[in-house]
Design a protein around this ligand. Sequence first.
Ligand code: G3I
Length: 354
Amino acid sequence: MKLSRRAVLAAPVALAACDRFASAEPAPIIVPPLKSIAPCPFGTAVKAMQLDDAEWVALARANVAQLTPEWEMKMEYILAKGLDRPNFDRSDHIAAFAQANGMGLHGHTLIWYAQGEQAFAGLDNAAFDRAFDGYIAALAGRYRGKARSWDVVNEPILDDGSGLRDCHWSRRYGHDGYILRAFEKARIADPEAVLFLNEYNQESVPAKGEQFLRLVERLLKAGCPLQGLGLQSHLWIDIPDGAIARYYGQIAQFGLPIHVSELDCSLRTEKRLDARSQANRIAAQTARVTELADAFMALPARQRYAFTVWGLRDTDSWYRQGDKDDGRDKPLPFDSFGRPNPMAAALANAFRPS
Ligand code: G3I
């Protein structure tokens, strides 16, 4: 039975109303396997240790058609022992699991401002160039024929959108230069993979979204083999109504495949005093996730590359790691027991053919 959009949006608020008066648990949410109704591969981030978690494996096999290594395909893991001792054991394990389970693999990420500085420290220019080119050739080459796509460059733009980040890569090759070089080397290493530029907050920080559009324009004009645009979509519950839809109207104009690459939506906000109930926060989350999924569904089919959540269960989320965890955040489509959250209902309602 298809719930009306209004019913899905109203559900959490209705729950809020009744949770004041009834101690009964809200009715369980039932959704079909998300990969069976998504308009493109439905993916999730994965950590190698989850492949030994039978509950995670069952939930992933039921709902997921593509995997993105959450951290073990990055320099922080692969180059942890130095440039001359790359370690691919866990990225190989994830790639093998994907292959064995008929799932796609999205490589994440070749070049990121946040990692690699220590491994590349002290190299003269010639050695730096050999290491930069060699790393991309080794990693993208290793998964040639296994990874259907790559985040070639991750998060090049400053958080306030005022320009591009300075980093060890830009200091060697220039702000656009390192991005152009990375894409060119990735293209050589894997001529088949779809090559993405991946960023966050384009939909929620207008200046950053604008800077992303300008960067894409410059790269395409320069002949960069940029083939896909990654919108990480770490959504906030307080993104103004309509902002996400408006941005999709802008980003779609390039005609490139779009990857919702890291969807989650924390219930926590930056507000020092936020007295909203859990149910009201979930209602706001449902509205934001519905707007995102509707905007994605409104894209031409050829531009709907993949739709990836940054974890399956709330407790798999980076928001629930370490001392940041308040124990109540529900940023992902399933709860800690693997039961569908309101987010899963919002996604299912948007994905179902109207
Ligand atoms: O599992 C090890 C543990 O054994 C060890 O004791 C501990 C301390 O060293 O580290 C643990 O690994 C951590 C891993 O997350 C798993 O929790 C790594 O240190 C930590 O660096 C890693 O953080 C990841 C982060 O990227 C940096 O790679 C997060 O999981 C991951 O969610 C986050 O993902 C990023 C995307 O790549 C880019 N977009 C933003 C997104 C969220 O920050």
